[in-house]
Write a protein that binds this ligand. Sequence first.
Ligand code: ATP
Ligand code: MN
Length: 462
Amino acid sequence: MKRQRIAEILRSAAVDTEVTVQGWVRTKRGNKNVSFIALNDGSCVANIQVVVDPTKIPEERLKPVTTGACIRVEGRLVKSMGSGQGVEVQADSIEIYGTADPESYPLQKKGHSLEFLRDIAYLRPRTNTFGAVLRIRHAMAYAIHEYFNRNGFYYFHTPLITASDCEGAGAMFTVTTLDLNNVPKTAEGKVDYAQDFFGKPCNLTVSGQLEGELGALALGRIYTFGPTFRAENSNTPRHLSEFWMIEPEMAFYELEDDMELAEDFLKSLIRYALEHCAEDLEFLNKMWDPGLLERLRFVVENDFKRLDYTEGIEILKASGRKFEFPCDWGCDLQSEHERYLVEEHFKRPVILINYPKEIKAFYMKQNDDGRTVRAMDVLFPKIGEIIGGSEREADYGKLSARVRELGMNERELWWYLDTRRWGSAPHSGFGLGFERLLLFVTGMTNIRDVIPFPRYPKNAEF
Ligand code: ATP
Ligand code: MN
C-alpha cells in the first residue's frame, strides 16, 4: 500500500478508501462502545481521528495505546460525523510500535508552558507548537535557498573553524586538541599553540563574511547559510551561543543596492511563509500571538523606512522617553531604542544607515565625512536588529589604515587585505540571523524556542 502522511490524507479526503496511518497518539478518549484516538505524525498540525469499535479491536489491545505511544492503524477513511474534522479513520487493525508509560511520559496534558518544554527540549518537537515552529523553520530554510538560486547567487560554504580573530563580532569558542590538564608552554610561559592541531590558535567562526567576500569577488553573488558561534555570556531572549546566519555578499553592490536586496529578501521570505505555512501560522496566531498574521502582512505590504543614524538619534532624544540606556550620537543602539523607532515612531521596519565608525566593524566603507561608515541595520518590530550589513571598504589604503588604527593584526589578515590589492571591486553584504527571522515569522518571543536544540550559557545537554 502507498505510504501516506496524515497531511496528505486530510488534504485528499478520499473517503471510502483503505488507508494506513502511522504516528504518535495525542489523546485517547471514549467509552465502552467506541474509542477515539487523535493521531499525529508531524506532517501537519492537525491530528487525524481514529475511531475504534471494541467489537473489532478488543479492549486489551487498546489499553497500551496511551498519549505518546506510537502506532500504526489500518482502516477505512470515512466522512466524519463529529465536528472538528472532515474525515476520520475507522480502524480495522492497530499495531503498536512503542508504548509510553503514562506514569513517566512527561507530555501528558496540553498547554505546557514554554519554560517547561525548554527543560524537555528533546521531546518538545512532539507538541503542536514546536511542530508548527519547526515546520516553519524548514520552510524558511528552503525559501532562502530558493530566493538566492532564483536571483543568481551561489551557495558558498565558509569554514566553521577559523584562525581569524578579526571580526570583533563577539567572543569566540576556542578549538583545540591540547590537553587542558597539561598545556604545553613556550619559553615565555605562554600556551605553545605550535603544538596544537592547527599549529596556531583557532576558534569557531562568528561569521562567514570575510571568507564570503572572497567568494563574491570571484563568483559575483554568493551567500552563506550555516551555523555561527558566539561565546558572549548574554542571557537574552534574542541571543544564542550557536545560531544560524545567512550572509549574502555581492560584487558591484553599493549600500543602496544592499538595502534594496535586504528589503526584498525579507519580504519574499515572509510572503513565502504566508503562502506555504498558513495552517501553522494560524495555529500560532490563535495559541500565542493574536497579532501575528496581521504583523506579517503589514511588513510585506509596506515600505521599510530608510533613515540616517544621526536622524535616528535626534528622534530618540526628542522623544522625551526615559530609556534604560541613554543614547547620544556615537552610542550603539540598544534593543529598546531600535524598537522605539520601529514600533512607536515609524510603525514599520526601519533601515538605519551611516553609523559612527567607532561602533562598527573595521571593514565597512568609510564615508567622506570621516566619522561615519556605510553600515545598515534592518530593525524589526518585536525584535530590534534582524540584519546587520554594510558596503565594504574596497580601497586597500583606507582599509589597511583602519586596521592599523584599530591596532589589529595586519599579518593575520593578509589574505583578506590582498583582495583589495588585486581586482578590488565595490561590494556589499549583510548577515541575517536565521533565528531572529524565525522569531518574527512565528511570533515566538524567546529565541530558544525557534531552534530544536538551543545552545546558551550552561545549556548543552541535548
Ligand atoms: P546584536 O547587537 O543584536 O547582539 P550584532 O550586532 O552582534 O547583534 P551582527 O554581528 O551584526 O550582530 O550579526 C548579524 C546578525 O546575526 C544580527 O543582525 C542578528 O540577526 C544575528 N545575531 C547576532 N548575534 C546573535 C546571537 N547571539 N544569537 C542569534 N542571532 C544573532
Ligand atoms: Mn549588528
